[in-house]
Write a protein that binds this ligand. Structure first.
Ligand code: ZN
Length: 340
């Protein structure tokens, strides 16, 4: 049986062993605001507002060129998800692509913001920020290379991040709540100190770019025990930390909806089981679980909002051992400060 002291020690042991740099030590956070309490799990529900290849039907490919041109069901799903989580006293952390602000109606997104849900920057065109060649930046620029003619990939990428900021500011009236890289990287930005510096120069204190590697099993078949336990094991690699540059990383926790449904062709029951295992692990360890979903995928695969309700239920059942948190709160605890 665990005494509180044993539990505390084992968590400290986990933090020390699982993380090489800078995750908020329990001691670092303890001296600050109680809502950053080290002895609490933080569950983030994050939704990326973009269209997804193969959804709503498998033949759909053109979203690769129009990631931000959200269809009505996707927007409705985002709004209803926000309403449900708010009703539980939590927030969803959304990430938007700037292109969405070109749509005629952005009232739905303004409403989401008015309810207190943070919206971060996901670049303007969903660009690969690690691209070194123009052809690797984004499908749109493969088809229409004249849009970026005369610019280096680094200039296009920095410009694309800034353009999304302008779009959010002018159309929604907000500064972005952090930056999430389009596509996750198993090593985050560890290999790209130049990109860490770029984001910090732009004023970002944290980034969400890391998505740890994990198996998905045989495509088209539900995952077996081994796959599910490998996904739970990967949660330790999805904990926040601070890069040597000072930029904070808030990783995405496997498995994402797109990973399970598009890549693995899993049934929804298997996805729910994987999410439940990951969240339960985080609650036991007083760690972080950062759910990554896409309304464009979930509206087809989980139209009844079972995944979001499941996470809310697990947090509620955990009482004061867990809370739904936005990524800014998680980043502050990772840095051991109540302000960034
Ligand atoms: Zn994305």
């Amino acid at each position: 049986m665990h005494t509180p002291t044993d539990r505390h020690k084992s968590r400290r042991g986990f933090l020390a062993s699982a993380l090489s740099t800078g995750l908020a030590t329990a001691g670092g956070a303890r001296g600050h605001a109680s809502h950053l309490a080290a002895d609490k799990a933080y569950i983030a529900i994050t939704l990326d507002l973009e269209m997804s290849r193969h959804y709503p039907t498998w033949d759909q490919m053109h979203w690769d060129y129009e990631k931000g041109n959200l269809d009505a069901p996707t927007k409705r799903y985002a709004v209803e998800a926000a309403r449900r989580v708010k009703a539980q006293g939590g927030v969803i952390h959304f990430f938007a692509v700037g292109q969405t602000m070109e749509q005629e109606d952005v009232g739905w997104l303004k409403d989401i913001v008015a309810q207190g849900h943070p919206v971060g920057n996901h670049s303007y065109d969903h660009v690969n920020i690690k691209a070194k060649r123009a052809s690797d930046i984004q499908f749109r620029f493969q088809r229409a290379p004249w849009l970026i003619e005369g610019k280096s990939p680094a200039e296009v990428i920095a410009g694309n991040i800034r353009l999304a900021e302008s779009a959010l500011k002018e159309r929604i009236g907000i500064a972005p709540a952090g930056f999430r890289t389009p596509g996750g990287f198993s090593d985050g930005l560890a290999d790209r100190p130049d990109l860490q510096s770029l984001l910090m120069e732009m004023g970002y204190t944290w980034v969400s770019s890391k998505y740890p590697a994990h198996p998905i099993g045989t495509v088209g078949q539900p995952p077996d025990r081994q796959v599910l336990s490998a996904i739970v094991a990967a949660q330790a690699q999805a904990q926040p930390f601070v890069y040597p540059s000072g930029l904070i990383e808030v990783p995405m926790s496997p498995i994402s909806d797109v990973g399970a449904f598009r890549n693995g062709r899993w049934p929804v029951g298997a996805f729910l089981e994987a999410i439940k295992s990951g969240v339960t692990w985080a609650i036991e360890e007083r760690a972080v679980f950062c759910f990554l979903g896409h309304p464009s995928c979930l509206v087809v695969t989980d139209p009844a909002f079972r995944t979001i309700e499941l996470m809310c239920d697990l947090v509620r059942a955990a009482g004061d051992r867990a809370a739904i948190a936005d990524l800014g709160t998680i980043a502050r605890r990772a840095k051991g400060t109540s302000r960034l």
